[in-house]
Ligand binder design. Structure first.
Ligand code: 3HC
Length: 694
C-alpha cells in the first residue's frame, strides 16, 4: 500500500513514501493507516532529513476512496484531514513529488506539504463538486491561501484539473521537473537546511483578499451552470470562510459541510452516476476487439457531419459520402463552420482544426468505401432507404468491414438481413450534436458478434463517448422510454396544463429542458412520422392524444419552422408561449370529452418521470439493457436528466420503490392500461429491493 525507499542526496537521507494502491492510488482507510505509520516512522528516524510523498504509476492519487463513503471505513483513524495536519505540523520537511494525476484528497495531501514538485505531465484538481461533495480534507481552506480566491473558486467550483505548467504559474507547485522525485528530494534537503522557505499555509484569515461581490458573482454563475445542485454553493460558502476565519475554524466549517453533503441524496446520486458510467463500458463477453483506422460515414447531414467530426477528433480517417454534390458541399460547409466556431472559443488551435479537416475525405462514390474498416450510415430514417444503402455497402465494403446504422428506432435485424454479414451489422445511435453529446447506444442485433461489439466499444471510448449496450426494440432504451414520457406530457396538456406549465415543472425538477421544448428542438415531424408508422398496430381502445398531430398539421414542426408547441423569434431558441396553441389544446380537450382541471407540479413530475421508470423496468426485464444503471447513464448523458438525481431508476430507488409502485397503481386505476405496473418493479418493491440490487 505504501512503499518506503531511502534515497541519499548530498550525504543526507530522504525517505520516499510511495502510495501504491491500483488502479488510481485512492486514499482509502488502509492507505491512510499505512501512510500514517510510515510517516511517523520516517519523522521519528533521526537519520532521515526529509520525507517525500509520491505515487506509483500514472497517478499520485485519485483522491479519497469513493467506494468507502457512507461506510464505517471513513471513520478509521487517521482521517485524511488528521494525516494532513500531521504532515503540516511535522518537525522535518515533507515534500510532495506529484508524479502524475493528483485529484481530490490526493491533491489535498500535497497542500499540507512544505513543498510541491510536479512532473511535466501531472494534472492537479479538486473534482469533488462533480460527485456532489466538496474538498473535505482542507482543500477549500488551503488552496485559496496558496493560489488566491479567484483561482481557487475556478478549480474547486469548476472541478476541472489543471496542467502542471499552469500549477507552476499560479503558485500551486514550486517546481515542474522531468524527475519529480529527485527534484522533491533536493527541495526537501534545501528546506531541511533552511535554504528554502516552507510553503505551508498561513493560518490567518485572508481578510481583504476578495469582496462580497466576488462570491455573489460565483453563486450566480454556479446557479446557472449547475442548476439545482447544492455542492457548488457549499464549495463557495467554504471558500468564503477563508476571508473571515482562521484555518482551524475554516477546517471545522468545511468538515461539517462535507458531512452534510456526503450524507445527502444529491451526492449519492452523483456517485451512482460516476460508477454507472464506468460499469456501462463493461461487456459480458471477453471477445477481442479488431483494429479500426478508416471509417466511412454515409450522409453528410446534421448527424453524419457530427459523427464525422467526432471520428476526426478521435484521430480516425473518415470518408464522408453523400448522394449529390450540393448536399456534400452543404455538409462540408457546416463541418468547417463548426470547427471555426470551436477554434474561436479556444477549444482547438488552428493547426488542430487543419489536422482534423485533413482527416475527412468527401466523396460521392460508394467505391471509396472499399477499404474502410467500419461504415456508419446516417441517412434518412426510413427502412427502405436503409435497406438500399446496406445492400450497396455489403457489395462494396471489404468482407471484414463492420456496418453500422445510426438509426434511432428502426429494427437492426431487418437491416442486417439484407447483407451477407449480419454478424458484422449493428446500431450506433449517436445523439445530436454527435460531436458534443457523449452518449452512444450500441445496438446489438440478434446475430451481431461479440467481437464487433467490443470493437465499437473501444472506438467509442477513444471518441470520449460513453457506450451503452442495448438490444433491438422500437426506440432501443432512450427513445423507447421517451415515448412514454412524452405521451404523458401530451395527456397532461389535454387534462389541463399549458406547455409552459409541463416544461416548467420538469425544469424545476432539474431536467435540462421540458419534454415539449425538447420535441420542438428535435423536430415534431420526426415523432409524427413514427406515430404514423405505428398507427396501424396501435390498439383502437387505447387513449391517444391528437395534440402533437394537430400542431404538425398546422405546419409547425418546432424550432426549425419557427413554431411548434411554442413560437420562436427569428434566430432565437427561446420558447415563447403561444395563445394559438393554448386554444388548440383546449379544443383537443373538448373533442376528447375531457374537463380541464388544475394540475400540480407534483403530479406532472410523477406522471412523466414514473412513466420513464415503469418502462425502464420493462426494458431491464426484457434484457434490452444489461442493467438498471445503464438506463440512468442513457438518461443523464443523453436526455438531460439531472445528474444530481442519478437517473430515473436511481431516482425511483431514492423515492422508495413501494411508494413509486403505489403511485403507479393509482395511475393505473385512474388512467388505464398504459400504467400497468412493470412486473420487475412489483417484484422489487414487494421484496424490499431496489433497482440498484437488480
Ligand atoms: N475511489 C474509488 N475508486 C475510484 C476512484 C476513487 N477516488 N477513482 C477511480 N476509481 C475507480 C473507478 O471506479 C474504476 O473502477 P473499475 O475499474 O472497477 O470500473 C477505476 O478506478 C479506474 O477509473 P477510470 O476508469 O475512471 O480510470 P481513468 O484512468 O479513465 O480515470 C481518474 C482516472 C481521472 C482518477 C478518474 O477515475 C476519476 O476522475 N476519479 C475520481 C476522482 C475524484 O473525484 N476524486 C475525488 C474523490 S472525493 C475526495 O477525495 C474527498 C476528499 O476531498 C475528502
Amino acid at each position: 500500500m505504501v512503499h518506503v525507499e531511502i534515497r541519499h542526496v548530498d550525504q543526507a537521507a530522504i525517505a520516499v513514501l510511495r502510495i501504491d494502491n491500483p488502479p488510481v492510488n485512492s486514499v482509502g482507510s488502509q492507505v491512510r493507516v499505512a501512510l500514517g505509520e510510515q510517516l511517523d516512522k520516517a519523522l521519528a528516524d533521526a537519520q532521515v532529513n526529509a520525507v517525500v510523498l509520491t505515487g506509483s504509476g500514472r497517478f499520485f492519487s485519485g483522491g479519497a476512496d469513493i467506494r468507502e463513503f457512507n461506510t464505517p471505513k471513513t471513520q478509521v483513524r487517521p482521517l485524511l484531514r488528521e494525516l494532513i495536519a500531521r504532515i503540516e505540523g511535522a518537525g522535518k520537511p515533507v515534500v510532495a513529488a506529484i508524479n502524475g494525476t493528483a485529484l481530490g484528497g490526493g491533491l489535498e495531501l500535497t497542500l499540507g506539504c512544505h513543498g510541491r514538485v510536479a512532473s511535466e505531465t501531472a494534472k492537479l484538481g479538486l473534482p469533488e463538486v462533480k460527485l456532489g461533495v466538496l474538498p473535505g480534507a482542507g482543500g477549500t481552506q488551503r488552496l485559496p491561501r496558496i493560489i488566491g480566491i479567484a483561482a481557487a473558486l475556478d478549480m474547486i467550483v469548476g472541478g476541472e484539473p489543471i496542467a502542471a505548467h499552469k500549477a507552476l504559474a499560479n503558485g500551486l507547485v514550486d517546481e515542474v521537473a522531468a524527475d519529480p522525485i529527485d527534484a522533491a528530494c533536493r527541495l526537501g534537503l534545501a528546506l531541511s537546511r533552511g535554504e528554502r522557505e516552507s510553503r505551508t499555509v498561513d493560518p490567518a484569515p485572508l481578510r481583504n483578499a476578495a469582496s462580497e461581490s466576488v462570491f455573489e458573482a460565483a453563486r450566480r454563475d454556479a446557479q446557472r451552470r449547475y442548476r439545482g445542485c447544492i455542492a457548488p454553493l457549499e464549495c463557495i460558502g467554504c471558500i468564503e470562510q477563508t476571508v473571515h476565519t482562521s484555518l482551524e475554524a475554516g477546517l471545522a466549517y468545511e468538515a461539517d459541510r462535507f458531512k452534510f453533503l456526503v450524507e445527502g441524496d444529491q451526492s449519492k446520486a452523483q456517485r451512482h452516476v460516476f460508477f454507472a458510467e464506468r460499469q456501462a463500458t463493461k461487456l459480458p463477453s471477453a471477445a477481442e476487439p479488431s483494429q479500426i483506422a478508416r471509417v466511412g460515414v454515409v450522409g453528410a447531414g446534421t448527424m453524419g457531419g457530427g459523427i464525422a467530426m467526432s471520428l476526426a477528433n478521435g484521430g480516425y480517417w473518415v470518408v464522408l459520402l453523400e448522394q449529390t454534390e450540393a448536399a456534400l458541399q452543404r455538409g462540408w460547409n457546416t463541418i468547417q463552420g463548426n470547427y471555426a466556431a470551436s477554434s474561436k472559443r479556444g477549444r482547438f488551435t488552428e493547426q488542430e482544426v487543419k489536422d482534423r479537416l485533413s482527416r475527412i475525405q468527401c466523396s460521392l462514390e460508394y467505391g471509396d468505401l472499399a477499404d474502410v474498416d467500419l461504415v456508419i450510415e446516417a441517412a434518412f430514417e426510413d427502412m427502405q432507404v436503409k435497406k438500399e444503402i446496406f445492400t450497396r455497402l455489403d457489395a462494396v465494403c471489404k468482407p471484414t468491414a463492420i456496418l453500422a446504422s445510426n438509426t434511432s428506432r428502426l429494427d437492426i435485424n431487418e437491416i442486417a438481413a439484407v447483407t451477407s454479414r449480419p454478424a458484422q451489422v449493428l446500431g450506433m445511435h449517436f445523439f445530436s450534436p454527435a460531436n458534443v453529446m457523449r452518449l452512444l447506444e450500441v445496438v446489438k442485433g440478434a446475430k451481431t458478434s461479440d467481437s464487433v461489439i467490443a470493437t465499437v466499444f473501444r472506438l467509442a471510448v477513444r471518441l470520449n463517448k460513453i457506450p451503452v449496450l442495448v438490444g433491438v426494440c422500437d426506440g432501443f432504451v432512450g427513445n423507447r422510454m421517451v415515448s412514454h414520457y412524452t405521451r404523458e406530457a401530451y395527456f397532461l396538456l389535454e387534462e389541463g396544463c399549458t406547455p409552459a406549465q409541463v416544461d416548467g415543472a420538469l425544469r424545476r425538477f432539474g431536467m435540462a429542458m421540458g419534454p415539449l421544448q425538447m420535441q420542438d428542438m428535435a423536430g415534431l415531424d420526426i415523432s409524427w412520422a413514427a406515430r404514423k408508422r405505428q398507427a396501424p398496430t396501435r390498439p383502437a381502445h387505447l387513449r391517444y392524444s391528437k395534440v402533437a398531430d394537430r400542431i404538425c398539421e398546422m405546419g409547425r414542426f418546432g424550432q426549425k419552422t419557427g413554431s411548434g408547441f411554442y413560437r420562436y423569434e427569428a434566430g432565437s431558441r427561446e420558447p415563447i408561449p403561444d395563445p394559438e396553441i393554448d386554444a388548440l389544446i383546449a379544443q383537443c380537450s373538448a373533442e376528447a370529452g375531457i374537463t380541464r382541471r388544475e394540475i400540480s407540479d407534483e403530479e406532472i413530475i410523477a406522471r412523466t418521470i414514473y412513466a420513464l421508470v415503469n418502462e425502464g423496468a420493462r426494458i431491464v426485464q426484457d434484457g434490452i439493457a444489461q442493467r438498471a444503471s445503464d438506463i440512468d447513464v442513457v438518461y443523464v448523458a443523453g436526455y438531460g436528466f439531472p445528474m444530481f438525481r442519478g437517473g430515473p431508476m436511481f431516482y425511483a430507488d431514492t423515492v422508495g420503490l413501494p411508494e413509486v409502485l403505489a403511485t403507479i397503481r393509482r395511475f393505473h386505476e385512474q388512467h388505464g392500461e398504459y400504467w400497468e405496473p412493470a412486473p420487475l418493479l412489483v417484484e422489487l418493491a414487494e421484496s424490499g429491493r431496489r433497482f440498484s440490487d437488480s
